[in-house]
Ligand binder design. Structure first.
Ligand SMILES: [Zn+2]
Length: 477
């Protein structure tokens, strides 16, 4: 223990080490919630916790800051539990094994939980201190951010009085996030009918694609294997009759699909040759973003039934009609994707085929318009559509006092401009802005790398600079 002893800022790392010993994976909130409650109790700080696992801790302003208005500082308690195959940690009972390598902190064989443990540690260090100048504080620790922002969605906002918030769930020093995308999940299901089919069976596959995160990487132009499969099947249908047995690709709606497989039956034994021709014809489309793409068909065995010709045709048509990828770019922030969607899951069930999308937009009305478009396509093909897990965008505000003050303090401290930007992925700020009218909100954090993987590491010097910046901000707002 005490691997981080004497590393500056000492108090921040002391609490970081303490919470690293507390199991706190998403969905396992009890121990870390209890830790936070005890922390507050020992220091006589008012606190509220709830069944979702959220904890709010309040602290009065320091004596020299009594006239200041309150501020929320926010981070999430849960972390992603990922480990190397060779690591035999029991996440539910064991603490993380921290280690230091030069400027970086790692956890041996596992995720570090710097996302978002460093936010929790900084907040605890502020709450624990009596020599920091700060306005009245409302420290909000949310649960289960990593599995759909469940804590923030369930939070009772009525005890919160602040109209400004500093979220500490970002991972690049010197950058201030001021907007993020909102989203909704859409599941379209197409009823299908099967018939007996004696024809030869073929397996058509699209593979070798790059893939990636459907929020952070949608603008890179990586192909979606399901959409490529749609194109292949459409071109194939112009050459030959076939019936689909099943079609599947992807397991997560927020991951750009890397592989897609379709099993078909046909009386025409030229299927592999035709698919090979199609591959040679279309592969140049992917030469920059996905040069490793492979599309092929080969004979296989099994399957006594296949979809009817009408069902097969409908699947091919809807797959080509459904939009995918970047829909529009922001007019306010250069290079930012405004609206996008990703067909992350294509799955054949017993009597239907389902198409699962993650829809994102930094403008709620655009998100809704895109969902409406999906609904219209779904109706055209007599499918069912379910929209769920909706979360609001954090829309860019033209005027933000926090943004102005923090940018100017940053310039003063580090003699360079702070980068003010937005991300096309979700942050809890959107949910907070939806619940607190007129909330002025920013997000920042120290340099962290390879989050959500066992390679996750956190820069010590960046934590120190970010901490000093945060303290300076707190004494000036
Ligand atoms: Zn996070």
């Amino acid at each position: 223990m005490n691997v981080l002893y004497k590393i500056k800022p000492e108090k921040v790392f002391r609490f970081f080490e303490e919470i690293s010993a507390v199991p706190r994976g998403s969905g396992h909130n009890d121990k870390i919630k209890e830790y936070c409650e005890n922390f507050a109790k020992q220091r006589n700080l008012k606190n509220i916790s709830d069944d979702a696992g959220n904890v709010i801790i309040f602290k009065d302003a320091s004596t020299d800051c009594k006239s200041m208005t309150p501020v929320i500082i926010q981070g999430h308690l849960d972390m992603v539990w990922e480990k190397d195959d060779s690591c035999n940690i029991n996440f539910e009972t064991d603490g993380l094994e921290l280690c230091v390598d030069g400027d970086y902190i790692y956890a041996k064989g596992t995720t570090l939980g710097g996302d978002d443990g460093i936010a929790v540690a900084m907040c605890l260090a502020i709450l624990d201190s009596d020599d920091i100048c700060h306005p009245p504080l409302e420290i909000v620790f949310t649960a289960d951010e990593e599995i759909g922002m469940l804590g923030a969605a369930a939070l009772d906002f009525s005890p919160i009085k602040s109209k400004r918030m500093i979220n500490l769930d970002s991972e690049a020093e010197g950058t201030l996030w001021v907007s993020c995308a909102g989203g909704v999940r859409a599941d379209i299901s197409m009823p299908i009918s099967y018939k007996e089919n004696e024809n030869q069976t073929y397996i058509i596959s699209v593979s070798g694609l790059h893939g990636g995160h459907s929020g952070a990487e949608i603008h890179n132009g990586y192909a979606n294997a399901n959409k490529v499969m749609g194109k292949v099947l459409e071109m194939l249908s112009e050459k030959v009759d076939f019936n689909i047995v099943n079609i599947n690709g992807g397991t997560m709606d927020n991951a750009i699909t890397r592989d897609s497989v379709c099993i078909v039956k046909s009386s025409n034994d030229m299927i592999p040759e035709f698919v090979s021709e199609i591959y040679n014809y279309i592969k140049t489309d992917y030469v920059f973003a996905d040069p490793q793409i492979i599309i092929r068909a080969e004979k296989t065995n099994g399957f006594k039934t296949a979809m009817s010709s009408e069902s097969s045709l409908s699947v091919v048509r809807i797959l080509n009609d459904l939009p995918n990828g970047v829909i529009s770019m922001s007019k306010e922030i250069d290079g930012l994707v405004e609206t996008s969607l990703n067909l992350g899951i294509l799955k054949t069930e017993k009597d239907y085929v389902s198409f699962g999308f993650a829809v994102r937009s930094s403008i709620d009305s655009e998100r809704d318009a895109l969902a409406e478009k999906l609904k219209n396509i779904s109706d055209k093909f007599s499918c069912n559509i379910v929209l769920y897990s909706e979360y609001p965008a954090w829309e860019y505000k033209k005027e933000s006092e926090l943004r102005e003050i923090m940018s100017s303090i940053y310039k003063d401290m580090f003699n360079k401009e702070m980068t003010v930007t937005a991300i096309h992925a979700g942050l809890e700020c959107g949910l907070f802005c939806g619940k607190i009218n007129g909330l002025d909100c920013v997000s920042l954090g120290p340099d962290m790398f390879d989050i959500h993987t066992p390679k996750e590491h956190l820069s010590i010097s960046s934590v120190e600079r970010t901490w000093n910046f945060l303290l300076r901000v707190l004494s000036n707002i």
